[in-house]
Design a protein around this ligand. Structure first.
Ligand SMILES: [Zn+2]
Length: 492
């Protein structure tokens, strides 16, 4: 079904026609909903039969399996973590003094760094795909479309508003959970910290021992919001290091209106390495060359571009010029439900329309180490390497000889374990029970497969930290009558 969606997208790329009634349905959304309890016990036991845990110090984890750093493959390999830091990545970490007392996890799988979603809008990701009836040539058009306002922005505003349904905490947590079950451990684009500091890392918020988070700035409103004084202040903050990255929506669309935003950015003196371009769909060789000369990264969201504009970036030129390129799903109203699905979108585009422009390894890199580098956190996240944060995901059922391909073609049921800042947050129930990260962890069905997830932090209702996943789903379901997008998507 993903291929169907892409095929339609590529068709639209040619025709630029209206998208009809339902051009990009999320396949199997209902079949994979959490209420689906048709669990195959044999499948569950097979998934975990090749994994085991030997209990030791809870704060020290020694993971064994095929290790993908992602630059190189170590098979068999080990990853040793203590608290929130990676101590060792090697074929054997036995020489590290901490290894002797570690909790040993024989993963039976492939160990990757936690995926890095360099651009998203976390509070929107309870929303299903917006079924728009026409296509657009720049972002201002769909934002002004009365149907967008009625279907997305108005109900979303009521959900979010503290004077309305006041569900912002639930919206953000649900989005983080959606990313977590797909192996993502860092996400960008979260506006609120207070009720969501137990889940995955937010690149633009300072927690999880990640004080550097407040050196990132995000601009979702575009270059039109930047006046000369703001631009001057930004340049000063770039020089001092106060702001390491400035993520801005730019030139989203396929017409001259969208392209001209680049000229505005240039006129403001902001062609700088710290300025990270989200989308850049309208940019051609002249602008991309200037980006390369200024060492500016690009974040590419083809699923969202194809859905709204029927076209995406001149990615052949982007690659030829050697821009630092990351991929992200953007948000669920027009993009893929998670970064793992965006991998599949890029892979299918590459194979069907781009003459195999990207290898499987390059795609994984664009969602891990490149993504971290784009937002200037490559010293902390995006790689399995000594000194980096202990953000790890494990894939079961893959082929150790082809680990990158295995990740790209994987399904949510294969995400065996996700550890953020050294804390196991999600995974197969046997492993999670053995690791017992906290007493509030709960069972969940993802794509008809039993998993365990840790959402609730305490019994303290302040800032809704006592909510379970079930509480969050119930609250969002009551608030959004059309029905929230299930966590289980693209299960087959
Ligand atoms: Zn965006």
């Amino acid at each position: 079904m993903l291929y169907l969606r892409l095929a339609l997208g590529v068709l639209l790329l040619t025709l630029l026609a209206c998208n009809g009634d339902d051009p990009f349905p999320f396949p199997d959304a209902d079949a994979g909903a959490d209420s689906d309890v048709d669990v195959d016990a044999d499948v569950d036991s097979r998934i975990e039969a090749d994994a085991s845990v030997t209990k030791g110090d809870k704060e020290t984890l020694l993971l064994r399996g095929t290790v993908v750093t992602p630059d190189k493959i170590i098979d068999p390999g080990e990853v040793l973590t203590h608290q929130d830091t990676i101590l060792c990545v090697a074929s054997s970490c036995a020489s590290d003094p901490k290894a002797a007392k570690a909790t040993i996890i024989n993963t039976g799988g492939i160990i990757f760094p936690g995926l890095v979603d360099a651009h998203n809008h976390t509070d929107y990701n309870y929303l299903p795909l917006w079924k728009h009836t026409k296509m657009y040539t720049n972002h201002g058009q769909w934002q002004a479309d009365p149907d967008y306002k009625a279907s997305v922005s108005k109900p979303h505003g009521a959900m979010k508003s503290s004077s309305g349904l006041n569900l912002l905490c639930e919206m953000i947590k649900y989005s983080e959970i959606r990313s977590l079950v797909a192996g993502t451990t860092t996400i960008q684009g979260t506006s609120l910290r207070k009720c969501a500091d137990t889940l995955i890392r937010n690149a633009d918020l300072p927690y999880h021992g990640f004080a550097e988070g407040d050196t990132m700035r995000t601009n979702v409103l575009g270059v039109g919001q930047i006046d000369a004084a703001t631009a001057t202040k930004l340049q000063t903050d770039f020089l001092s290091g106060k702001t390491r990255s400035y993520v801005i929506h730019l030139s989203e669309g396929i017409d001259e209106t969208a392209r001209k935003e680049f000229d505005q950015l240039e006129a403001l003196g902001l062609l700088k390495p710290q300025v990270v371009v989200i989308h850049g769909t309208a940019l051609g060789q002249p602008e991309l060359t200037k980006m390369k000369q200024a060492n500016m990264p690009m974040i590419w969201s083809p699923s969202s571009n194809l859905d709204l504009y029927g076209s995406t970036n001149d990615i052949v030129t982007v690659k030829k010029l050697g821009l630092l390129l990351a991929i992200s799903p953007d948000w669920t109203p027009s993009g893929d439900p998670n970064l793992l699905d965006e991998f599949k979108t890029v892979d299918t585009l590459s194979k069907t329309k781009l003459s195999n422009l990207f290898s499987a390894k390059e795609i994984v890199v664009m969602g891990t180490s490149n993504a971290a580098a784009a937002i200037k956190f490559d010293k902390e996240i995006g790689k399995l390497e000594k000194g980096m944060r202990a953000d790890v995901m494990v894939l079961s059922g893959g082929d150790p000889k082809n680990p990158y391909e295995s990740l790209i073609t994987s399904r949510l049921s294969q995400i065996r374990l996700v550890v953020a800042s050294g804390v196991p947050l999600y995974g197969d129930p046997g492993l999670m029970t053995a690791l017992t990260p906290n007493s509030y962890c709960e069972s969940v069905q993802i794509c008809s497969t039993a998993k365990m997830i840790c959402v609730k932090e305490s019994t303290d209702s302040t800032n809704k930290l006592d909510q379970s996943l079930g509480d969050i789903e119930t609250a969002l379901g009551k608030g959004y009558a059309p029905g929230i997008l299930p966590l289980s998507t693209n299960c087959k």
